[in-house]
Design a protein around this ligand. Structure first.
Ligand SMILES: [Zn+2]
Length: 471
């Protein structure tokens, strides 16, 4: 289902200034992806290479672009949506949606060539999503009304392309990407035309859904075929034997990320496009401490500084490491806790600014009268209270903690708690969310850059020691 998060009133103002994506999604993404996977000629080979579980999860990862800024438990949606060549979200409708195809195509190939199968499978998700979205009739036709109906009025059981033979779109990355973009451009007008055909039917009084479904189905089948071409091509090129490159691997240890201790850690080769997630080592994390492993292969030789970061810990940047062809270097990281420990806000001191978009990673700016920064939202347990605090560098800033529900009707209105203004002394308040709340966001109003405004902000669950539940 499409995410409802950006419907929240809390974010309405912010949404106006960030991404005006439609509130709906191509209803049958997983069904379309499954139809594509079912016709792959080398499916067994890919299942072996990626692991059957990762391969099967492509039907879930194709939702990723609808999970902007969301905590997906083991990872954040943004870990795979945003990178140096694609530092900001792209609109999902034409003509803008086509701009995402190139960066996501190349990034998926890079992941298949240089990262572990878990990361590679996740990184294919955004590409698959956009290829499918572009052919959804209300995405193909700009400014299309009845968006939801034109996506969901299709019989999912009929989205089957048995007998279709996926095409290898090219023998090189450039050739394949050009062919994919060309093929999409040829199919978009057909989907736009179907939107125009279906519109009078869905907008009629007492619309007859059975007349609309066959029209939308044609686009869903086109989307499944081109998704199959895309997946077949990306796996063929991405998993082809590569010239010997350099390797890097290691372990990241970190303090507990409260209630999210299965979360991965970002590992980034600074000043390069290479990055990955260290994934949790099952059974290796004891008494709150966390351990995860990461690996890169087929990297270009060279000198790199490596950054490791995980929520509730402080980022570390290594000394320069020299990677040599044919060798795998090892670099372990032991991350220290945030101050105070257990902070569930990502990048809470605005110190990480890896993405080339003039702002700290995981913070968004809303250009209201006073510029307002918004952190990524963090998942909360509404049964707990939270220590919410800030230490500022600039006393005129206004810091607000917003506890909110994805669906305000079910979860209740947001709670907003402001800290005192006009002081540099660290301040903290205890906030108890409503039982229907799931998320917390920190807002900072300031006329200075965020990194010059905050020393740090924090949200920390108050664990109830005496027999209370912390989970
Ligand atoms: Zn979409």
């Amino acid at each position: 289902m499409p995410t409802q998060r950006r419907l929240s009133t809390v974010l309405i103002i912010l949404v106006l200034f960030s991404s005006l994506t439609p509130l709906a999604a191509w209803g049958p993404h997983p069904v379309i992806t499954k139809a594509a996977l079912d016709v792959l000629p080398d499916a067994e080979k890919w299942q072996q290479a990626l692991g059957p579980e990762n391969f099967a999860k492509l039907t879930a990862y194709c939702w990723l672009p609808d999970q902007k800024g969301e905590d997906m438990k083991a990872y954040y949606g943004d870990d795979y949506l945003l990178f140096r060549a694609h530092p900001n979200y792209t609109e999902h409708v034409m003509p803008m949606a086509m701009n995402a195809v190139g960066p996501y195509f190349r990034r998926a190939l890079q992941a298949l060539r240089t990262e572990d199968p878990v990361n590679a499978a996740r990184q294919m998700g955004p590409l698959i999503h956009f290829v499918e979205d572009i052919l959804a009739p209300p995405h193909a036709r700009p400014y299309c009304p009845h968006h939801n109906d034109l996506e969901y009025w299709v019989d999912n059981k009929k989205i089957i392309i048995a007998g279709y033979q996926p095409l290898l779109l090219g023998r090189t990355d450039d050739e394949a990407l050009a062919a994919l973009q060309k093929r999409l451009s040829e199919l978009v007008p057909l989907s736009a035309k179907r939107a125009d055909e279906a519109l009078p039917l869905v907008s009629a009084p007492n619309p007859d859904r059975s007349k609309v479904e066959p029209i939308i189905l044609e686009s869903a089948l086109d989307a499944a075929r081109i998704a199959a071409d895309t997946i077949h091509t990306v796996l063929t090129l991405g998993l082809a034997p590569q010239p010997v490159g350099a390797g890097l691997k290691g372990i990241v240890t970190a303090p507990e990320f409260p209630m999210r201790n299965d979360h991965g850690a970002r590992v980034i080769l600074l000043d390069s496009d290479f990055g990955t997630l260290a994934n949790t080592d099952a059974g290796k994390s004891a008494s709150g401490a966390w351990q995860g492993s990461y690996e890169f292969h087929n990297l270009p030789a060279g000198q790199y500084r490596i950054m490791a970061y995980r929520t509730a810990a402080r980022a570390i940047i290594s000394e320069p490491v020299t990677l040599k062809i044919g060798e795998t270097a090892r670099m372990d990281f032991a991350l220290l806790p945030t101050e105070p420990p257990g902070n569930i806000i990502e990048n809470p001191d605005a110190a990480i600014a890896y993405l080339p978009n003039n702002r700290p990673d995981r913070w968004r700016v809303a250009l209201a009268i006073t510029p307002t920064w918004s952190s990524s939202s963090a998942d909360i347990n509404p049964k707990l209270s939270y220590r919410c605090g800030a230490a500022l560098k600039y006393p005129n800033a206004r810091v607000t903690f917003v506890f909110w529900a994805e669906d305000e009707k079910k979860g209740g209105p947001p709670i907003e708690v402001k800290l005192l203004e006009g002081q540099l002394k660290p301040e903290e308040k205890i906030v108890t969310p409503s039982l229907g709340h799931q998320l917390v966001t920190v807002r900072v109003e300031t006329d200075k850059p965020l990194a010059e405004t905050i020393e740090r902000v924090w949200v920390i669950p108050v664990t109830q020691e005496a027999g209370g539940q912390t989970k």
